[in-house]
Design a protein around this ligand. Structure first.
Ligand code: ACO
Length: 369
């Protein structure tokens, strides 16, 4: 019997243009560029002037063009995020409409920062079992409206962004070869964003006026443990060795976490892709944005074996082993662009901060206000 695989045939990213540097943040909070760079590796991050759907749509349009597949041919849209615009309707159905895919199934996945990778598993499984023949998988996040910009413990860590991939059924052994998915549910309370969900509606907490319960050091330890063990498990499933891996494309939450995982996985940092310095932690968007940039920088060669470990709230963790195909350049490019932005990132952030200190302030122009 022919085995069906789910090859990655298209990829595209969308980063909002407004850059918030560590120096900008040090004018807002009791922090410094030195502290942020030495503890996290982050130098700047992006702050969006548009909503989540817009970011995701542009990334999706670019991924479709890269695969030279029309939106109307897409049979499944999977949207990985934890910063939904609404719980109902879901984000995926909005993208289904924007790309013009009336026959597609559409669902969201929320496992926080691992949402894209979990989505990749779900879509791959549905292609392998021939429920659908292709899928658009998105990892997109708009953290800035949900950030507590008065809390230096977390405000320096995150950014906004989006990316997407197209999967297509193939008889070639490509796409996800093996994965390990897991969750340290016992540690779920060490990362909780109060005010980011429906349960706060009747508790006098305004939706979007958030407080982050965040035990950084404990998250750090669990992240290293979860990602390292998932890498080991995934490689062992197909009897691969660390030296068989051409490039690790990890979740980008902290450079020190990435270095610790690489060390435990026995992969030298030269074979690990890092872009956290430019974007911070974009949650579900980090791995697909890193994948797009690794391709743009010619770090992914035809037939490469990629290892993609991730962790996120929950505390979910995973690692995916992906065989790349023969093509490492897009077939076409898309004309989709974000609307222009005139506002500096710091101005958008100050407006979010103002809303937190004066929740009844006049409606703002930032997304989600
Ligand atoms: N600027 C300056 N000083 C700060 C800042 C800041 N932004 N934040 C904390 N500090 C101070 C602390 O108050 C503390 O001061 P003290 O020694 O006087 O008490 C000192 O710096 C050290 O703080 P630590 O918490 O020990 O710093 P650490 O080296 O552990 O780094 C960090 C903190 C960066 C948060 C780290 O623990 C980490 O990255 N953890 C994982 C976080 C993460 O990955 N989050 C993403 C998970 S979410 C997801 O992916 C879904």
């Amino acid at each position: 019997m022919t085995v069906i695989h789910a090859a990655i045939t298209g990829w595209g990213k969308c980063l909002p243009p407004a850059v918030l540097s560590n120096h900008d943040l040090s004018g807002l909070l009791d922090t410094s560029d030195d502290w942020i760079v030495s503890r996290t590796g982050i130098r700047e991050r992006r702050i969006s002037h548009v909503g989540l759907e817009e970011l995701a749509y542009v990334a999706a349009a670019r991924a479709l063009a890269a695969a030279a597949i029309s939106g109307s041919s897409i049979e499944l849209v999977v949207f990985g995020t934890c910063s939904h615009e609404d719980q109902v309707p879901n984000m995926a159905s909005g993208i289904q409409v924007r790309i013009g895919a009336p026959a597609a199934a559409a669902f969201d996945i929320n496992t926080a920062c691992t949402s894209f990778l979990y989505g990749l598993s779900a879509a791959t499984a549905l292609i392998r079992t021939q429920v659908v023949r292709n899928a658009l998988v998105i990892g997109a996040e708009l953290i800035s409206p949900f950030m507590d910009w008065s809390d230096r413990d977390v405000a320096v860590l995150f950014g906004d962004g989006a990316a997407a991939v197209v999967l297509e059924a193939s008889e070639r052994e490509e796409g996800v070869l093996a994965e390990k998915l897991g969750c340290y549910g016992d540690a779920r309370e060490i990362l909780r964003v109060h005010g980011m969900g429906g349960r706060y509606a009747n508790r006098g907490v305004l939706y979007g006026i958030t407080r982050w319960q965040f035990e950084g050091q404990e998250i750090f330890k669990r992240a290293v443990q979860g990602m390292s063990s998932a890498c080991e498990d995934t490689l062992a499933r197909l009897s691969f060795r660390p030296q068989d891996v051409d490039l690790v494309v990890p979740h980008q939450a902290n450079l020190r976490i990435i270095e610790a995982v690489a060390k435990r996985a026995h992969v030298p940092m030269e074979r690990v892709y890092v872009n956290i310095q430019r974007y911070g932690n974009m949650s579900a968007a980090t791995v697909p944005v890193a994948l797009c940039e690794a391709l743009e920088e010619r770090r992914v060669r035809p037939g490469a074996l990629l290892l993609m470990p991730g962790f996120g709230g929950g505390l979910s963790y995973c690692a995916h082993l992906v065989r790349w195909g023969s093509r490492t350049t897009p077939l076409k490019s898309s004309t989709a662009e974000l609307p222009p932005n005139e506002r500096p990132a710091l101005e958008i952030v100050r407006e979010c901060l103002e809303r937190k200190t004066r929740p009844s302030a006049a409606p703002s122009t930032t997304p989600f206000a």
